[in-house]
Ligand binder design. Structure first.
Ligand SMILES: *[C@@H]1O[C@H](CO)[C@@H](O)[C@H](O)[C@H]1NC(C)=O
Ligand SMILES: *[C@@H]1O[C@H](CO)[C@@H](O)[C@H](O)[C@H]1NC(C)=O
Ligand SMILES: *[C@@H]1O[C@H](CO)[C@@H](O)[C@H](O)[C@H]1NC(C)=O
Ligand SMILES: *[C@@H]1O[C@H](CO)[C@@H](O)[C@H](O)[C@H]1NC(C)=O
Ligand SMILES: *[C@@H]1O[C@H](CO)[C@@H](O)[C@H](O)[C@H]1NC(C)=O
Length: 548
């Protein structure tokens, strides 16, 4: 046992040890009837997908011959604008959204219910809930309580106490919480949201939010970022302005991730003790004026080519800038079970907005945060389907990336050329799902924790099998939240690399890895996470666990 641990720590894989295949693209459905503008993976292995309700008929009927009144385009709309996709069977069914969800936001609460907020017109102050079910009878529910302010292009973050903070929106410079505190008179004003707005262009919508391990909220808008104490409604500090001229938020839509939180340090009881360091990464966007040029003159300037990393837990953090292999705007950034980042979807010219981009980024890019600076970006295989404005991507528990949507038009237009409203659903299979990696892939047999629920600092074990006589690389255990993705920002996306205490071989192919659960609710807000065992850079299928 001791030998094995020693062996594993010496066998840390580097990129040169394996050839990265460029991945694979698969079309899952030629049409799901709607364009996937928003996506949320749920803990019952279904994905809720929706766009907007005010753009005419979609290509799928509402269930039970139902028709909805009061649509902006149609007097009576008998088509659906939301579907529920079942990952295992690759099937989908229509859902009923009553009010307009256009450019809205959401977060999953600790019980696994999607709480979706805002939208446009009759939907701008609506709160909707979708609770996963196993009998195929569940649908959207509109809550009777409304938001304080209209939330169109706002961002959400789930908080340690299971409240959701909703920040910003078009011409709304406030934040508020769900559930609402009824004894308050209004939302909270946040001047930072007003100050970061560019006249005529905005460039600060869908701000990037990341809950940091110390419990404060990181908020990035346009080029500026702050550490915000939402309990006291106080800016703790302002970080340096990101280097360069590029704007990073809608419509100069870049993306951002909180890089994996690596848990270290343990006490005599093997409990994780340290708060992890936290590093934020921001990629892509567009230079000032790009939106106006695209919108008014049909001139599509080159998108941003840069990414910046900021170690926000450093006492004096500075942005470290890097160049992507190509310009990118409207690119989704997703954390992979391996701890790497994938940049997928988007365009090389223009900005977000109707008819405002050209030159789609068909190639995803892999980013290896731990590699040597010159070897961090790897260009992957291209798709054939442009995924620009109003496209999305989400990590599935099986390690694939679900990709859908793209509609740069005011309405559905299934015949527009060259960028028709895209109804198809694809999957991208990253390099670790290549057949050459099959022999490295662990399979989780059991999680030794009651009801697959893990409490803070709990020491628990996971039994897995490997089709090898001994491991050929490091073993790690990672947790990833299912994110709410829209407009290239995966809200609530979070990854933890658990503290591995010990790996023991149980039999020829079976192993038991002992880990300590996340430190606290500020490090990992309570709720459902996909858990992966990663061996030699190859993740297992994820299993759902609940952290609380
Ligand atoms: C719309 O659906 C019909 C079948 O219901 C199909 O024949 C047609 O190709 C679909 N159109 C698009 C654009 O997907
Ligand atoms: C609601 O707001 C009131 C007034 O500020 C405050 O005293 C109370 O603690 C708040 N309640 C909650 C549950 O936050
Ligand atoms: C802590 O982990 C070690 C293995 O590294 C094990 O021998 C010991 O029993 C564990 N202690 C507790 C309290 O779990
Ligand atoms: C994209 O931007 C580059 C650099 O500004 C420019 O040379 C090229 O013409 C643009 N492409 C299109 C299709 O507008
Ligand atoms: C769809 O787009 C094409 C241009 O590619 C345009 O000619 C057509 O009028 C549009 N249809 C609708 C319904 O807007």
């Amino acid at each position: 046992m001791v030998c094995l641990v020693t062996l594993l720590s010496f066998l840390k894989l580097t990129l040169s040890d394996f050839e990265i295949s460029g991945g694979y693209w698969v079309v899952l459905q030629p049409s799901i009837g709607i364009s996937a503008m928003h996506m949320q993976v749920l803990n019952n292995d279904k994905v809720i997908i929706f766009d907007r309700t005010d753009m005419g008929p979609s290509n799928i009927s509402l269930p039970n011959n139902y028709c909805r009144k009061n649509d902006d385009v149609l007097q009576l709309d008998c088509t659906a604008h939301s579907v529920l996709y079942d990952i295992a069977s690759n099937t989908f069914r229509p859902l009923t959204v009553q009010t307009d969800t256009w450019c809205s936001s959401g977060a999953v609460d600790r019980d696994g219910t999607l709480v979706q907020t805002g939208g446009y017109h009759n939907g701008e102050r609506i709160i909707r809930a979708f609770t996963p079910c196993f009998d195929n009878n569940c649908d959207w529910v509109e809550l009777t309580k409304h938001l304080w302010d209209r939330r169109w292009y706002a961002s959400n973050q789930i908080l340690p106490d299971n409240r959701i903070i909703i920040v910003g929106g078009r011409k709304v410079f406030t934040y508020e919480f769900y559930p609402k505190n009824e004894s308050l008179a209004s939302s909270y004003y946040l001047p930072f949201l007003f100050e970061t707005r560019d006249p005529g262009e905005e460039n600060n919508l869908y701000p990037f939010l990341h809950l940091l391990p110390d419990g404060n909220l990181f908020i990035f808008a346009n080029k500026r970022s702050i550490l915000f104490d939402y309990v006291k409604s106080k800016i703790v500090k302002e970080f340096p302005v990101i280097t360069g001229d590029d704007k990073r938020n809608y419509p100069s839509t870049g993306s951002s991730v909180l890089l994996p939180l690596r848990l270290t340090g343990r006490n005599a009881d093997n409990e994780t003790t340290m708060l992890p360091e936290a590093e934020v990464m921001v990629c892509g966007g567009a230079p000032a004026g790009a939106f106006i040029k695209a919108d008014k003159e049909q001139v599509y300037v080159q998108a941003s080519t840069s990414c910046g990393r900021l170690k926000v837990t450093d006492p004096k953090p500075v942005w470290s800038m890097e160049l992507m292999p190509m310009p990118r705007v409207m690119t989704d950034m997703l954390l992979l079970p391996t701890g790497d980042v994938i940049l997928i979807n988007g365009a090389a010219n223009g900005t977000a907005g109707w008819e405002d981009a050209v030159n789609p980024n068909l190639n995803p890019v892999l980013y290896l945060p731990e590699e040597e600076p010159t070897r961090r970006f790897v260009v992957l295989k291209p798709s054939t389907i442009p995924r620009m404005y109003h496209s999305t991507a989400a990590l599935l528990p099986d390690g694939r990336i679900l990709v859908g949507g793209s509609n740069p038009h005011r309405r559905y237009n299934f015949t527009a050329y060259p960028y028709a409203t895209e109804l198809s659903l694809e999957a991208f299979l990253p390099h670790y799902l290549a057949p050459q990696k099959a022999h490295l892939r662990p399979s989780i047999l059991s999680v030794e924790s009651m009801d697959r629920t893990v409490s803070y600092k709990q020491v628990f074990s996971i039994t897995f099998v490997l089709a090898l006589f001994r491991p050929s690389g490091a073993i790690s255990v990672t947790l990833i939240t299912p994110s709410f993705t829209t407009h290239s920002f995966a809200m609530n996306q979070r990854m933890l690399v658990l503290n591995v205490i010990n790996v023991a071989q149980l039999s020829t192919f079976a192993y038991k890895v002992l880990v300590s659960g996340p430190t606290s609710a500020t490090v990992a807000p309570p709720g459902f996470y996909m858990m992966f065992v990663v061996h030699a850079g190859t993740p297992s299928q994820g299993v759902w666990i609940k952290v609380m």
